[in-house]
Design a protein around this ligand. Structure first.
Ligand SMILES: [Zn+2]
Ligand SMILES: [Zn+2]
Length: 177
């Protein structure tokens, strides 16, 4: 199969093109995505997985939002300076494997803060956000470019004292010499 699909908005502002393989053709079906668009309007799906690879899923852009969250809860939940969260409607999300391996922790007292994780490798994975139609996808799970960039840093005032603007930190492609 050699149809060409488009993924708009890549790094250079050029329309990225790639071949759609047989698997994509089988699965990018309009009924799967509850879409009324024609197949020619479909975006190429983006796959994601946890660290051990047992939990796998795919999403279909466009996404509703992409934020870095610097709140204290996200810091604890990720063990990092901030979360990198993509939001999109649940209808644009699809399981591929590992749903039964996921455990969910709802933070007591929080309206909607939760952590879902793979019980085999501990990677934080996506979850449905209560009171919205969206699922939250930790962006680090994605295996290719979703075609969007973070639109904001939220809870910036809560950021860790040790978290400067990344532009201020020296960069190395691998471990420094
Ligand atoms: Zn895993
Ligand atoms: Zn947060």
């Amino acid at each position: 199969m050699s149809e060409v699909g488009c993924l708009a908005g890549d790094r250079d502002g050029i329309i990225g093109m790639r071949l759609i393989d047989d698997w994509d053709i089988q699965h990018l079906r309009i009924d799967r995505w509850h879409s009324s668009e024609g197949i020619s309007m479909q975006q190429v799906s983006v796959k994601g997985s946890c660290l051990c690879g047992s939990v796998r899923f795919e999403i279909r852009p466009p996404v509703s939002g992409f934020r870095y969250c610097h709140c204290g809860r996200c810091r604890k939940a990720t063990g990092s300076a901030h979360a990198a969260n993509i939001f999109l409607p649940e209808s644009q999300f699809r399981w591929l494997a590992g749903e039964s391996l996921i455990k969910r922790f709802n933070l007591p007292g929080a309206k909607r803060f939760a952590v879902c994780f793979c019980t085999q490798c501990g990677s934080r994975v996506f979850h449905k956000t209560p009171t919205t139609e969206n699922v939250l996808i930790p962006a680090g799970l994605l295996e290719s470019d979703p075609g969007v960039r973070p639109d904001s840093n939220i809870f910036w005032g809560s950021r860790a004292e040790w978290c400067p603007e990344t532009a201020e930190i020296p960069k190395f492609d691998e471990y420094p010499g």
